[in-house]
Ligand binder design. Structure first.
Ligand code: SF4
Ligand code: SF4
Length: 402
């Protein structure tokens, strides 16, 4: 059981918390939420909507973990409380979507077709949708569905090894081109890319929602699907998936018989930017002229502590001038399902992020997570002449040429 008493109430996390910055209320701060969780866990308080609302408003961005001098594992604590005490009552529709649509890339592609059509062909009808669906339509990019990747894509030129790819649900369904760019970059750099067809959703949304049982089942399916022998890494293009997969060992008790197998799997998981930084990349022969800035996805910067690798790799792109983004590691309000479940706070955070991006004057905004690409992309699509949102690996792919 996770101990809430590691929190020493110093309050150093408060300035880092995006919801505290918006509401100024202690209950919307990490310290207030930990206090609330302690009472729920230790005093057996019956959770009711008044008690669970501040926890529902938490983004799960883990910026408080980065700021905390006492190493409070806030993200795990939140998942534990949600799992033990806060069953997703009143969220049956959400649970159905999560289990049967959002975590199945092909079904998700089919489900969003009408939304993409509404955006492009009948925006007047979009205005009459219920609020949640309207927000979903706003967030849904209109990229075409792509055929599945083959199970093995051979290296170009002399083979250096093999890297597996976790394609992810939202990334594959909504930004499939990011995974194709990853394949091109890795195969050009001399690696076979393995895409096991039996791979499943990483389980991140279930874990964040408190459904540890389903998260654990998905974890075991993935461990069975990826054969680790001879594999340099399991590359993940979605920061949320990577953070969840690196944390797989915590889904099981420490003395569980599968623990060694799970830990070996988690040790192979790398964000794609970590993979790009650790391998000898094919030459970037094409200039990508212009200016760019970088947004830190929460589950990359705070969840995985990966900040340097994407910047190091991106700074090698010829012709591109980098401008620092103010508040680059403050959540954009996407946060997985947050944009749908907490639309008002989510939009406030988005507006703040858009104003910071505008301040840089950059022509490209780079990031490493589908939820950020949806959220920031939807905001930018309303603004004429706004920067192009791209994933880190797409910029590297462009620099490697056609
Ligand atoms: S996870 Fe993010 S929103 Fe939640 S308490 Fe921590 S800093 Fe605040
Ligand atoms: S979570 Fe960490 S930073 Fe925040 S009040 Fe507790 S000890 Fe201090």
């Amino acid at each position: 059981m996770i101990d809430t008493r590691a929190c020493i109430h110093c309050g150093l996390c408060l300035p880092a918390c995006p919801t505290y910055a918006l509401t100024g209320s202690e209950v919307d701060s990490p310290r207030g939420r930990i206090y609330l969780m302690r009472h729920l866990l230790e005093e057996g308080l019956a959770p009711d909507p008044a008690l669970s609302a501040p926890l529902d408003r938490c983004l799960g961005c883990r910026a408080c973990e980065t700021a905390c001098p006492s190493a409070v594992p806030y993200g795990r604590l939140l998942e534990h409380v949600r799992s033990e005490l806060l069953p997703p009552q009143g969220k049956r529709g959400w649970k159905f979507l999560l289990d049967h649509v959002l975590t199945h890339p092909r079904r998700l592609q089919l489900a969003i077709l009408p939304l993409a059509w509404l955006r492009r062909g009948a925006p007047f009808l979009e205005a009459h949708l219920p609020r949640g669906l309207r927000r979903l339509a706003e967030l849904t990019p209109s990229a075409p569905a792509l055929p599945p990747l083959p199970a093995r894509i051979p290296a170009q030129g002399p083979r250096k090894g093999a890297i597996a790819l976790l394609t992810g649900c939202a990334m594959e369904a909504l930004f499939g081109e990011v995974n194709r760019a990853t394949v091109r970059v890795l195969t050009r750099s001399g690696y076979d890319v393995l895409v096991p067809p039996a791979q499943a959703c990483c389980g991140a949304l279930h874990a964040h929602d408190g459904d540890t049982k389903q998260a654990r089942a998905l974890m075991l399916r993935n461990i069975d699907a990826f054969a680790l022998d001879d594999l340099l890494a399991i590359a993940v293009t979605s920061a949320g998936c990577g953070a969840a997969m690196k944390d797989y060992p915590h889904l099981l008790p420490p003395d569980h018989p599968d623990q060694a197998r799970v830990a070996a799997f988690a040790a192979k998981v790398k964000d794609v930017s970590e993979v790009l930084a650790m391998i000898d990349l094919a030459p970037m022969t094409r200039e990508v002229p212009g200016t760019a800035t970088y947004h830190d996805a929460c589950h990359l910067a705070h969840g995985q502590k990966v900040r340097r690798e994407p910047r190091d790799v991106l700074k090698r792109v010829p012709g591109l001038t980098w401008i620092d983004l103010p508040e680059s590691d403050v959540c954009c309000g996407g946060a997985g399902s947050y944009a749908l479940l907490q639309p008002d706070l989510s939009k406030e955070l988005l507006e703040r992020k858009l104003s910071m991006i505008a301040r840089t004057g950059a022509q490209t905004i780079v990031m490493g997570n589908p939820s950020c690409l949806m959220q920031i992309g939807s905001g930018l699509s309303r603004l004429p002449g706004s920067p192009e949102p791209l994933h880190t690996v797409q910029v590297i792919d462009r620099a490697m040429g056609p």
